[in-house]
Design a protein around this ligand. Structure first.
Ligand code: F6P
Length: 549
């Protein structure tokens, strides 16, 4: 195993990959497929009902051999074991990283600071289930005795993106007489629009915040309380209309929420890894405790696969390694995630926090400046919408953009021909990206010579096709865990801390300094640069002038 004090780029296997990438750049997928007629059957891994076709990547067997060696020499298995046994691998925050404990079965034992945390997890799940059933059954009443009809989750980042994504993804399974809304932005419009057509006495707020100090969430939470109390007039109403999800009981109590109505989680759950903790309370109310349990089972199956499968058949490991291949040896800047499933419309946004907050790091674990690229930019939209928007650049632009195409065999809403048409597009896009259309093929269509270059598709653009049976709570759990562990694989190889997020702190601190300037015209304690100072002055001056919409 490598000495972690030296950069991964100093490893002989890294240098071999670098040299090998120059050879692979000369290859074309057309030839790779022509030379190996079984490539499309061979370069596939099927596990846990996920069919992962990686044959349309710019790789050879030698590429895979070298990448797998890189994973081995980077101590990936050892690092996986450390995570699963609760070692404090989030070194800058001195914390264990145990989202895997959130989906561990009851009989498992995972010890953190001398305590088995699995029973704690199950206790909270039971409390969540009791509460969810009360709300779903109309038993939990608002202050005036009416049942709850509307559930609003207030949170941001991991305390919002997971709940929104999961609600949208699993909406098919949700209880349809309940409305779910999500407020995250400190922009008052978010709260105003979410509550515009709702009655306070039928509305339950879930204040979701790991720290219970996040400016956006606490501002929205106070606004929500004012909105409820303006109508219900009695502070006692807070108990019926507010519950909290947090690690910080003191702050929850200070806000005025009875800690009996608080659903706990722990500092060893990172915000972006928390959708299956109590942060998923809105998800559980929507889909019910049983469906939530099967989502956790899906997560757990992928955890076990990641922990135990040999690397060459290990889905997250392969996915992570392919990402490293393009990021570090082909200078690819981004990865496009393209779910051909309308219910997964928020999945790319969810993945952006998971991947970019985790692996957007410029120093290695020992604080040394990285000499290689770390996390790529993730982005995407559901297909087929994206095809009529940005796919042009993926097909014919000058940038290399590896794509994840995600599709399901069975639709949840079978409507006429729609699903076959949708899936035809998944297969067609992967085919077009890989093989393109040569100038000769374009000419053979009778295209005028001057138009030939415009209509030629170079091809050789890599993609994974990820096929699953049907979108269910269980498959969603597997899919999310697949990406979680792929991020882990990459972070381990780059030797960075994938579990802190110091990069978001400076902006928060500066905003805190500017707020009094804007609200009271107070002189800033800090001197601003001429641009910032001028912008602030202009805002203060002009906001006093009346402006009507
Ligand atoms: O500012 C980034 C961040 O800390 C995320 O990592 C986190 O998911 C989000 O803010 C929300 O934090 P909290 O749940 O503590 O309100």
């Amino acid at each position: 195993m490598r000495n972690k004090n030296i950069s991964v780029s100093a490893l002989p296997v890294w240098k071999s990959l670098d040299a090998h990438s120059s050879e692979v750049r000369q290859l074309h997928l057309r030839k790779l497929f022509a030379d190996d007629i079984k490539r499309g059957e061979r370069m596939v891994v099927e596990a846990l009902g996920i069919y992962f076709d990686y044959s349309k990547h710019l790789i050879t067997d030698e590429t895979l051999r070298l990448l797998l060696q890189l994973a081995k020499e980077s101590g990936l298995q050892d690092h996986i074991n450390k995570m699963f046994r609760g070692d404090k691998i989030n070194i800058t925050e001195n914390r264990a990283v145990l989202h895997v404990a959130l989906r561990a079965p009851k009989e498992q034992s995972i010890v953190v600071d001398g305590e088995n945390v699995v029973p704690l997890v199950h206790k909270v799940l039971e409390n969540m289930a009791k509460f969810s059933n009360l709300v779903r059954g109309g038993v939990w009443k608002g202050y005036t005795g009416k049942p709850i009809k509307n559930i609003i989750n207030i949170g941001i980042g991991g305390s919002d993106l997971g709940p929104v994504m999961a609600y949208e993804a699993l909406r098919y399974y949700s209880q349809r007489n309940l409305n779910f809304r999500f407020v995250s932005n400190i922009d008052g419009t978010d709260f105003a629009e979410a509550t515009y057509d709702l009655e306070p006495d039928e509305t339950l707020f879930i204040i979701s915040s790991k720290t219970f100090t996040t400016l956006e969430t606490m501002t929205n939470a106070h606004t929500a309380r004012d909105w409820v109390l303006k109508s219900l007039m009695n502070p006692a109403a807070v108990a019926s209309h507010f519950v909290a999800v947090s690690t910080n009981a003191d702050e929850v109590a200070k806000f005025g929420i009875d800690t009996a109505n608080m659903f706990e989680f722990w500092d060893w759950v990172g915000g972006r890894y928390s959708m299956d903790s109590a942060i998923g309370l809105s998800t559980m109310i929507a889909i019910g405790p049983e469906n939530f349990r099967s989502m956790l089972d899906g997560f757990h199956q992928m955890d076990e696969h990641f922990r135990t499968a040999p690397f060459e058949r290990n889905l997250p490991v392969l996915m992570g390694l392919l990402g490293i291949w393009y990021n570090n040896f082909f200078d690819a800047q981004t990865v496009a995630v393209l779910p051909y499933e309308q219910y997964l419309k928020r999945f790319p946004a969810y993945l952006q926090q998971l991947t970019m907050e985790s692996n957007g790091k410029h120093v290695s674990l020992d604080g040394t400046e990285m000499d290689i690229q770390t996390g790529p930019i993730y982005w995407g939209e559901p297909g087929t919408n994206g095809q009529h928007s940005f796919y042009q650049l993926i097909h014919q632009g000058t940038k290399l953009i590896p794509c994840d195409l995600i599709g399901f065999i069975h639709p949840l809403n079978p409507v006429g021909r729609h699903h076959d048409l949708l899936m035809a597009n998944v297969f067609a896009q992967a085919e077009a990206l890989a093989f393109g259309k040569t100038a000769d093929e374009v000419r053979a269509d009778g295209t005028a010579e001057w138009l030939v270059p415009h209509r030629t598709f170079e091809g050789n653009r890599p993609s994974s096709t990820i096929l699953l049976d049907r979108l269910t709570p269980e498959t969603l759990g597997k899919l999310v865990a697949l990406y979680e562990h792929s991020v882990f694989t990459q972070g381990t190889i780059w030797n960075i801390d994938s579990f802190d997020q110091w990069g978001v702190e400076l902006g928060k601190a500066l905003a805190a300094g500017i707020i009094p300037e804007l609200e009271d015209g107070a002189n800033s304690r800090v001197t601003h640069d001429s641009s910032t100072g001028n912008l602030i002055k202009r805002y203060i001056r002009n906001k006093k002038l009346s402006s009507k919409p």
